[in-house]
Design a protein around this ligand. Structure first.
Ligand code: ADP
Ligand code: MG
Length: 241
C-alpha cells in the first residue's frame, strides 16, 4: 500500500482544465517528483491533496484511509504537511519562534510528549539554520526564509511532506543543502512530494517523477525514464535536457 494515493482528480476553473484524471502516488521513505510547465496544475494538485481545493471526482487515500472528505486541519493532524509556493511565514517572529509554533501545534495533536522547544531546536538544526535561530524571518533572504517554512512543516513530524518549489530563491550551495536534506528525510521514512523547477535537483533526489502537462499526467517514471521520454522533452525538458 502506498503512503499517499490521489486517484482521478478533476479540477476546473471556468473553462480551464486544471486537473483531469490525475493519479499521483507517494511512497514512504523516498522523494517523489511532480514537474511540468507553468500552469500545468502542480499547485492545484497540492491543494487537492491537502484539502484546500475540492476535486469534482476521484479520491485521496492516506495510509489506506480515505481522506477525500477530510478538512485541511484533519489532514494536517493525520500527517500531511506542506509549504507554499508563495512564502507563508511570520516575518516579525524569529526563526525559532516560527518553528516553535508548529512544534506546539503538534504537541496538542499527538501522543508524543517531546517538548516543543526541543523539537523546534532539533528541526532548526536539521535544516541547517541553528546559527540564525534568533533572527527575525523578515531580515533573512527569501531562500533562507524558505528553509524556515520547510522547518516549520517538518516540526509537525509529518508522514507526507508536500514541497511547492522549495528551491526558489536559494543559491547553489543552499540548493545542494536542500537536496541533501530531502534525501535524508526520505531515508528516514518521510514521504516527500516535490514540485520543483530546478530539474537537476528533481533528477538528483527523486526516485519517481510524475510529469503534468495541461492538467494531465504525461508520464510517470524514474529520472532516467522521464529524461528519455520524447513527450516530456517536447513538453517540458526541451531546452533543459
Ligand atoms: N484559484 C484559481 N482560479 C482560477 N484559475 C486558477 C486558480 N488556480 C489555478 N488556476 C489555473 O489553473 C491552472 C493550473 O494552475 P496551477 O495549479 O497553479 O499550475 P502550476 O502550479 O503547475 O503552475 C492554470 O491555468 C491556472 O491559471
Ligand atoms: Mg505552482
Amino acid at each position: 500500500m502506498a503512503l499517499l494515493e490521489a486517484r482521478g482528480l478533476e479540477v476546473r476553473f471556468g473553462g480551464v482544465v486544471a486537473l483531469s484524471g490525475v493519479d499521483i502516488t507517494v511512497e514512504g521513505g523516498q522523494v517523489t517528483g511532480l514537474i511540468g510547465p507553468n500552469g500545468a496544475g502542480k499547485t492545484t494538485a497540492f491543494n487537492v491533496i491537502c484539502g484546500l481545493q475540492k476535486s469534482a471526482a476521484g479520491r485521496v487515500v492516506l495510509s489506506g484511509r480515505d481522506i477525500t472528505q477530510a478538512s485541511p486541519h484533519q489532514r494536517a493532524r493525520l500527517g500531511i504537511a506542506r509549504t507554499f509556493q508563495r512564502l507563508e511565514v511570520f516575518g516579525s517572529l524569529s526563526v525559532y519562534e516560527n518553528v516553535l509554533v508548529a512544534a506546539e501545534i503538534r504537541r496538542r495533536w499527538s501522543h508524543d510528549r517531546s517538548r516543543p522547544a526541543t523539537v523546534a531546536a532539533e528541526t532548526i538544526e536539521m535544516v541547517g539554520l541553528a546559527q540564525l535561530a534568533g533572527v527575525a524571518v523578515d531580515s533573512l533572504s527569501t531562500g533562507t526564509a524558505r528553509l524556515v517554512e520547510v522547518a516549520r512543516a517538518l516540526a509537525t513530524r509529518p508522514s507526507v511532506l508536500l514541497l511547492d518549489e522549495p528551491s526558489a530563491g536559494l543559491d547553489e550551495s543552499e540548493t545542494d543543502d536542500l537536496g541533501r536534506l530531502l534525501t535524508r528525510l526520505g531515508v528516514e521514512g518521510t514521504g516527500i512530494l516535490l514540485v520543483e523547477h530546478d530539474v537537476d535537483l528533481v533528477m538528483s533526489v527523486c526516485r519517481t517523477i510524475h510529469v503534468l502537462d495541461f492538467g494531465r499526467i504525461l508520464t510517470v517514471g524514474t529520472p532516467g525514464e522521464v529524461r528519455a521520454d520524447p513527450l516530456v522533452q517536447a513538453a517540458y525538458l526541451g531546452t533543459a535536457a
